[in-house]
Design a protein around this ligand. Sequence first.
Ligand SMILES: [Zn+2]
Ligand SMILES: [Zn+2]
Length: 380
Amino acid sequence: MGIGMPRRMALVQLPLPDEALLSWVDHNTAALGLTRSRTAAALGLMAAGPSTGSQLQNLTHWISDATAARIQAATGIQPAASLRLTLRRYQPAALGADVPSPDELRPVSPQGMLSRQFVYRQFIAYCPTCVREHGRWSIDWHLPWTFTCPRHHCYLTGVCPACQNAVAPRRGPLTSGCTALIQAGSRPSRSHPGHTEGYSRRCGADLGTARAIAVEDTRVSAAQQYVNGLLDAPAHCGAAARQALTDLRTMVAVALRFGRLEHLEDADPAVRRRFGKFATRRDGLPYAYVYGVWGTKDPFDPLLMAAGVRIAHHMVTSADPSAVLAPVLPSDGPQRRERSFAFDRTDWVRASPRYAQLARRAIGIGAYEAIARKVHRPAQ
Ligand SMILES: [Zn+2]
Ligand SMILES: [Zn+2]
């Protein structure tokens, strides 16, 4: 069902370079004094309706050409510019939509492709200092690949400083503080006389007051620069950038499954503390899928991502990737079964052949050969 062309708006706040679509909509919401839903409709994004927050989160990942044309009709902003407010800006290179699914040998949907590239609908992190200074949220904060702010040399955070809940822009504008519902107290129950019931209120804390943790560790900065170089690679380097990012993603999984605190010597204390907590939990759950250990609700804590990418970056830039983790990688043996649980098969399927040796050691020769047979079967 299509939406008609919107009318040209008399007044519109233009997006900043690198701003996210969600942030741009919320900035206009505040400037125009309309509801978020009416603002999104006026900008040509959607018909006014109830689930605006979730829809805006989806649209920040991907807008169609038709939506870009409606934005142009409403605001005069060129489609090429409005695509850059979404993760589609990374499409020509690192987040290619034409990555074939390893099993079905057919193109995957944008959402399916994105989830295999560390892109999740619910994820968002922020730099407290950027939020405090100008209140505009960057598009790359929607990518778990971004764990530091290059302007303020600090780690991003994904939670509210007051209630510690994950930031949830689907519940309300980014300009109105933390949108989490928190327990506010209890009162006598109307439906059950003699009992009390809890009631909640919106947290509302100013996210700009979160403490920014400084990045002192040059290896983390180098890892972030490496990732950014891949994400921003020109279209003609797309295939190579995509492969490098896929390899890095696989090595992040390996780093998080097998890495130990000794791999984070000289890392910033906050990163070591976060990884240490994670590793303790992980070691108590030998059969868990590595991202399952991480947690599904807010799977990408920027500090943990920094730990994973820091070790993974060391691996991909090393002449012998398995040497980095050699002392802790298990030799093939009885733990084969539990180790193969730690990975999505596709992690290994899509990684470059130079990691085959590492894969054999990480998940066991038998498991690896089974995957390789399945994947390298001839196309039908
Ligand atoms: Zn910043
Ligand atoms: Zn809060």
